[in-house]
Design a protein around this ligand. Structure first.
Ligand SMILES: [Fe+2]
Ligand SMILES: [Fe+2]
Length: 139
């Protein structure tokens, strides 16, 4: 069964560190837009724009979290960054197919992975990171 295009993607849990929460909300908005355009097989231009916006903000956000982990010597930063890399691989695979072959489709399993990843990662890795950052005086 394919994804239900009407299904709302759950809003991200707040982790309580302002700069991270702000990014997550923006990423959620961009991902919803991107997946919505994919589902409607929108024309190439707006889809390319939405994908680009989503990927940009995601790359920037991951880099910010990784800088914070580095700066505070977060012990689990390797595992956390591996999860970021895994998501980027899926996004970049899709982008390559889109750019080189005009291929829209995101495999159902990749789509489900993306949505689940987003929920799970924030509710585990990012929450743990937020706890650690609070101990280092971040708010
Ligand atoms: Fe993260
Ligand atoms: Fe995050």
């Amino acid at each position: 069964m394919g994804p239900d295009p009407q299904a709302r993607i759950k809003e991200p849990v707040r982790v309580g560190i302002r700069c991270i929460d702000v990014d997550h909300l923006a990423m959620h908005e961009q991902m919803t837009l991107f997946l919505g355009l994919l589902d409607r097989s929108s024309s190439q231009e707006p889809l390319a724009q939405a994908a680009n916006d989503f990927f940009q903000i995601t790359v920037r956000h991951f880099a910010m979290e990784e800088r914070l982990m580095e700066a505070t010597d977060y012990p689990d930063r390797g595992r956390h960054a591996d999860q970021h890399a895994l998501l980027m691989r899926i996004l970049l695979d899709w982008w390559r197919g889109f750019v080189s072959r005009g291929q829209y489709a995101l495999a159902d399993e990749d789509r489900a992975f993306l949505v689940e990843w987003f929920e799970d990662h924030i509710d585990t890795e990012d929450r743990w990171l937020a706890d650690h950052l609070r101990q280092h005086g971040y708010a």
